[in-house]
Design a protein. Structure first.
Length: 297
């Protein structure tokens, strides 16, 4: 049911599935007995998503989950997701610096990047792009509740700290994406956990390097641009989705400020690599940023 989608490069964190109990300072839905108030939603995608959304009841699945007990949804709307109940909404500014995490099992996939999470506030929304979860296996996804990696709804503009705080202070909607292919979908979700963090909303976090790619998708050339808040060693490399090194683009001491390095779709031996998703990894200033790249030959 999905229309054609433009991909956006953003930092992501997807790791192997595991069961994560709620922290003491958090809100959680583990779906042990029912759907806990979560609903199927006409997903806001990358729009501003302000106001009411079309919703319908969400099925509880007592057999599937980590452990057994989860919610399950098919291809209900043109873009389908699930929406949080009131316990996850309201003034959530105390969760700045924390995370929203969930376990997801997708049974069909196009294998490309979509906006995995949307947060709506009183006057704006923010979205967080992520590559498709692993097909046919539970995947643990964790979205950071700081501005890095988020975009302003209806745009491709990077969110600021002010934007993230404004949304969390009047959080009116949390939407998790469940439709990962064009055509019928079948997705299970479990262990949705909102956890507070150690970063104070009153104290700006230390600046982190940024990493974007343009164009993306590309054939066969793209440019990886980043900005270092301070001078120091930096390493920029491309990996395949299995974690194998494809190409080292830069490994040197760099000055603070903007830098750009091209990638021509070749590996370290000068061979053309095939179409597919690759991961650009920047290590600098004690931070690691990973950005998905979509090569289309």
């Amino acid at each position: 049911m999905r229309q054609a989608v433009r991909l956006t490069c953003l930092s992501v964190a997807l790791v192997g599935a595991f069961f994560c109990p709620a922290a003491a300072s958090g809100v959680a839905s583990h779906f042990d007995a029912d759907n806990e108030g979560w609903q199927v939603v006409d997903y806001p995608f990358r729009s501003q998503a302000i106001g009411a959304r079309t919703m319908s009841p969400l099925a509880f699945d007592g057999a599937e989950g980590l452990p057994a007990g989860s919610v399950r949804v098919g291809d209900v709307f043109g873009e389908t997701g699930i929406a949080a109940p009131a316990a996850f909404l309201g003034d959530m500014s105390a969760y700045y610096g924390g995370s929203l995490a969930w376990d997801i099992l997708i049974r069909y996939s196009d294998g490309v990047t979509y906006p995995a999470l949307v947060l709506s506030g009183a006057t704006m929304s923010l979205y967080w792009d992520a590559p498709a979860p692993v097909l046919g296996a539970w995947t643990h996804v964790s979205a950071p509740l700081v501005e890095s990696g988020w975009k302003v709804g209806g745009t491709q503009v990077d969110a600021t700290r002010t934007d993230m705080l404004a949304v969390l202070e009047s959080l009116s909607g949390i939407y998790i994406y469940t439709e990962w292919r064009t055509g019928p979908d079948d997705t299970s979700v479990d262990n949705i956990v909102l956890t507070s963090g150690t970063t104070s909303a009153a104290t700006p976090p230390a600046p982190q390097p940024s990493l974007v790619a343009f164009p993306n998708p590309f054939n066969p050339h793209c440019t990886l641009r980043f900005e270092l808040p301070a001078a120091g060693p930096a390493r920029l490399a491309v990996f395949d989705v299995a974690g194998r090194l494809v190409r080292v683009l830069a490994e040197a001491d760099l000055a603070a400020g903007p830098a750009a390095f091209p990638w021509d779709g070749r590996d370290d031996q000068g061979n053309n690599v095939g179409s597919g998703t690759y991961l650009a990894r920047l290590e600098a200033g004690g931070a690691v940023i990973v950005t998905p790249l979509q090569l289309v030959r």
